[in-house]
Design a protein around this ligand. Structure first.
Ligand code: ZN
Length: 461
């Protein structure tokens, strides 16, 4: 038996910060006791005393990460992505089904993904499947193999092997996931309202104009309508357009099973400040104006937004620099896995938003989006994933020092406040800022929705 006792004046448990002693036994939280408790611990118990200027959080959950191994490992691989996750306090990621080769659109492809991840995962990894024109009507094997749900695009995905769904295809995928009891997560941009293929120049304005908010609004309207018709659980990925929040809110009020996420870059960066040729800021949908950012924060605080996830989507330095900073030619995608909480917390402080409002959006929110159980909380029975965060720790982002594979970051040179000091996976320290960074052997586990479903079924008997 291994036991780890973590004491912190400010432990996030039961929805608030309170003094607590957290006991992790064989990787599972077995007790949350008062701070002055003296749990009956055996010899060899490790004790972690969290300093008074730091807080103890549940390990963060990021349900939107593109690890491009196998096939495009030079863009991002499991070793580097999960090291970055550990350094960012993220103990569970769910991998997106595209940009790796093959894309995760069949049960066989999921097995290939799992084999690639197994030797090098430093945090726990689950997998989304993909819904593409080619696997219409045959999602069941991938669902049965343990995919947490299915991702589709309504506009071109950026890679030729992962096609997008038209409206009939969207309806068919929704109907199928409804029958399976799975979920459809949607990249919501309407291709009919996107303009401009190819070169757009080095100015951000032309790129922003090429992917207008109306495109997101139209696609989200399609998602809502299809979810309403089929009764499927649906999720809007990486919302940038804040004007779509009321539509999402109304659909939910009507009983549509709809969730929505946004990303740190939409909450912290603004179009007005993106320099010419700075392709590290290119992502789809795009970062919009400052006024839109304010409305996204309002949607966050009124409970419309369910989760903040990275949409970590790197490529090589060469692809990011394609066209010498032309926003039409560069690869779209932001590598934010390691700095998400720091970036959003830095912005939240200036807005007077307390940390306890953010924590659920980085933990239970994304866990619910993916249907992950037993993570994102500090309570008995939960997995012993813990993150020590110094909310007043100031630092300046150095893209070259981040642990994801290619040294490109939209946050490079940005001063941030709030930093992950230590990350524990099942009670074992996997990242220690002052003690060597990422430490130990890759101890991440591969997660399967099938296992969770089996547990639920067994428990129900
Ligand atoms: Zn994505």
């Amino acid at each position: 038996m291994t036991r780890v006792v973590v004491r912190a004046e400010r432990t996030f448990t039961g929805g608030a910060f309170r003094p607590a002693t957290v006991v992790v036994t064989d990787g599972v939280i077995t007790d949350v006791l008062p701070l002055d408790a003296t749990p009956d611990v055996g010899a060899g118990t490790e004790t972690v005393d969290v300093p008074a200027d730091a807080v103890l959080l549940p390990g963060l959950v990021d349900s939107h990460v593109h690890v491009n191994e196998p096939g495009r490992t030079e863009w991002e691989g499991f070793a580097s992505a999960t090291a970055a996750a550990a350094a960012g306090g993220v103990t569970t990621i769910v991998d997106m089904p595209l940009n790796s080769l093959p894309p995760t659109t069949t049960a066989e492809a999921l097995e290939i993904k799992r084999a690639a991840a197994a030797p090098s995962a430093r945090v726990d990894v689950g997998f989304w499947g993909g819904a593409v024109p080619e696997n219409r009507g045959s999602l069941a094997p991938l669902h049965d193999a343990g995919a947490y749900g299915f991702k589709c695009f309504l506009s071109p995905s950026g890679v030729p092997e992962f096609g997008h769904l038209d409206r009939p295809g969207l309806d068919a995928a929704m109907a199928e996931v409804a029958v399976l009891g799975s979920r459809l997560i949607v990249h919501a941009e309407d291709p009919d309202l996107l303009h401009g293929d190819g070169a757009l120049g080095r100015g951000y304005e032309a790129f922003l104009a090429s992917r207008p908010a109306a495109s997101e609004a139209a696609a989200i309207g399609s998602v809502v309508a299809a979810a309403r018709r089929t009764g499927a659980r649906a999720h809007v990925l990486h919302l940038s357009d804040a004007a779509s929040l009321p539509v999402i809110r109304e659909a939910r009020a009507d009983g549509v099973a709809l969730t929505v996420e946004t990303c740190p870059h939409y909450l912290t960066l603004v179009a007005e400040e993106i320099p010419d040729g700075a392709a590290e800021f290119k992502c789809c949908p795009p970062i919009r104006a400052a006024a839109n950012r304010d409305l996204l924060w309002a949607g966050l605080l009124d409970g419309t937004v369910d989760a903040i996830v990275s949409d970590h989507s790197p490529s090589t330095v060469e692809l990011k620099g394609a066209g010498d900073g032309d926003f039409g030619l560069a690869w779209g995608g932001i590598s934010g896995l390691q700095v998400g909480l720091s970036a959003v917390w830095t912005e939240a402080r200036t807005r007077g938003v307390p940390l306890e409002r953010l924590v659920p959006l980085f933990t239970t929110g994304p866990a619910a989006v993916a249907g992950l159980e037993g993570v994102g909380v500090i309570e008995p029975g939960a997995v012993g994933h813990l993150t020590v965060f110094g909310p007043d720790d100031a630092f300046v982002v150095d893209a070259g020092a981040l642990l994801h594979r290619n040294p490109v970051s939209a946050y490079d040179h940005r001063p941030l406040v709030g930093r992950v000091r230590r990350t524990l996976l099942r009670g074992e320290t996997v990242f220690d800022l002052d003690g060597g960074g990422v430490v130990g052997h890759p101890a991440g586990r591969l997660l399967s929705a099938r296992a969770a479903r089996t547990t639920v079924a067994a428990g129900g008997r």
